[in-house]
Design a protein around this ligand. Sequence first.
Ligand code: TXA
Ligand code: MG
Length: 351
Amino acid sequence: MHTRIVTINEEKIDAGIIKEAGDIIKSGGLVAFPTETVYGLGGNALDPEASRKIYAAKGRPSDNPLIVHIYRMEDLYEVAADVGSKALKLAEMFWPGPLTMIFNRKDIVPKETTGGLDTVAVRMPDNRIAAEFIKASGGFIAAPSANLSGRPSPTSAKHVTEDMNGRIEMIIDGGSSVIGLESTIVDMTGAVPMILRPGYISGEMVREALGDVDYDPAVFGKQTEGMRPKAPGMKYRHYAPKGELTIVKGRRDAVVGYMKEGLAKGLAQGKRVGIIATDETIGNYGNATLLMNMGAREDEESIARHLYSVLRECDDKEIDIIYSEDFETPRMGQAIMNRLIKAAGHNIIEV
Ligand code: TXA
Ligand code: MG
């Protein structure tokens, strides 16, 4: 299949291209599109065949449900049942934005889209290209992140092209993702809202809004054998670079010392060694094969934005061993570390 790659400027949206993208969706095809979190791989959420195509293009197990993206509030009621006052409050505060809510599913949403579940995940993205595209497509876009299953989520059209070229009809290049981490997922079907996946909107922000919040244990990576995370996607090994990634945690000078030692040892063994550091520490690792700077330590938005492109770069440059500092930041720290710890397969060293 030939994949058309088009560019749209969010400030000056080309209506002709949006119409073409919408027509592809209406005729059952797939279009990758930008959102404020990561790029999505979109198909018609109400068409079981389109959802099957999404799973095939990603190489994703079909029990892993897709998020339904909408562009206006009234459409929530078309796909979701039992929308309560707490959900409305969160929607008012955070939509459009990086928040996904889980509701009971209405029959109009095929089980292929929800991975066989009786619930449906809904999000209204905060990106004008995404909104116009969803509108032109009929209003309901099923979209997982536009990466091949197991690879880091794409935060640029270049990442999407690496994974999806030849597999889908169109890729809309709308520039780099502003946030760079997937949306926060909150399950609204129980008495107390439950965070299933942390993101830009922290659990604390949800608690402040609603007074009470639970966390699925999978958020902390603590699930034991036999326990199923409530967001099926959280059980898969994700975001993993091909090289062996170790997170080094502790006092800054001890961390730098440990990483420098590991770097020297790896290079001496003829390995290609990558270092993930910050403005404050980057100067210590001059001879690394690949030196990756996440930005200033106090700028958590910069760290979030860089994470996935850094993990992809490790693969591009065929890095064998990767050392990363840890990032305990105030709001998004949980979301950032949740992804980084998964990428490292829980390989953390305290020094
Ligand atoms: O920011 C985002 O959410 C991006 C952009 C494209 O919107 N999308 C995204 O989709 O990250 P995906 O498919 O990569 O991750 C969706 C997660 C998966 O872990 C999936 O298991 C969970 O949401 N999920 C979807 N529907 C669910 C449901 N009904 N119940 C529980 N978890 C659900
Ligand atoms: Mg994903």
